[in-house]
Every structure is written in structure tokens, then in C-alpha cells.
Ligand binder design. Sequence first.
Ligand code: C2G
Length: 128
Amino acid sequence: MKRVITYGTFDLLHYGHINLLKRAKKLGDYLVVVVSTDEFNWNEKNKKCYFTYEERKAMVEAIRYVDLVIPETCWDQKRQDVVNYKIDTFVMGDDWKGKFDFLSDLCEVVYLPRTPEISTTKIKADLK
Ligand code: C2G
């Protein structure tokens, strides 16, 4: 049973997120998705989410590729998460390329190409 983990905000969920989760799941059998809480987003990422953590969690849980959703409350919980959830593969979009290589003593670290033409920022701008 290969266990995969990935992190994100997943606000205004779109097909770029789904593409990432689909490819992440293909790397194993069980996918843990760590969704940033509202406090973490506001304090650490300066992101004001449109949907609350509970709403974003429910939407991510509804995705067929996702097996478990847990909260992301701080930047440095990743090592503990990898250990606690017995993770084999850590996956992020390549906008994060290199940022999590420090985990490679614990698990495989994989950066997948982002879906280029879509982003929450673009959605908000287009809707304006
Ligand atoms: N993503 C993608 N293609 C897009 C947009 C996003 O592949 N067009 C990927 C990102 O690379 C990331 C995941 O989808 O791997 C979630 O994206 P965000 O919700 O923007 O997550 P982010 O704010 O980068 O938070 O500790 C890590 C952070 O929680 C990551």
C-alpha cells in the first residue's frame, strides 16, 4: 500500500487542482491531502479564502482520488505528517520545485507540472 501526501489551499477548486490530485493518486494507492486552515492561510500565506476550511475540506473529500483530508496549521508540520501517516511519496506542483527536498531522507519527493492556464487568481480577475 503506497501512501502519497500533498498540501494546498484548494480555494475556488478548479481543474488544475483536480489534475494535480489525479496524478498524485496515480503515484500510489492512498492519497492524504493536507488543506490549509483559514488561520494558516491568513497568517502565513496572506491569502483570504473565499470558502472556509470546512467548505474546502468537504469539497476536496468529495474528489474520487482523495482518501483522507487533514488540516495544515503550520509550515513545519510536514515531517511529522510524513512520519505519522507512513507516507512513501510527497507530491507538490512544480511552483514549489526544490522547496521540500529536505524531506527526501524520509520519502520520495515529486514535483508535478502545474496546469498552466488556470489559477484562483485568474478566476477572480476574470470574474471582476
Ligand atoms: N496547482 C496546479 N495547477 C494549477 C494550480 C495549482 O497543479 N493551475 C497545484 C499547486 O502546484 C499545488 C496544488 O495544486 O500543488 C494546490 O494549489 P494551491 O491551493 O494554490 O496550494 P498552495 O497555496 O500552493 O499551498 O504547504 C504548502 C502549501 O499549503 C501549498
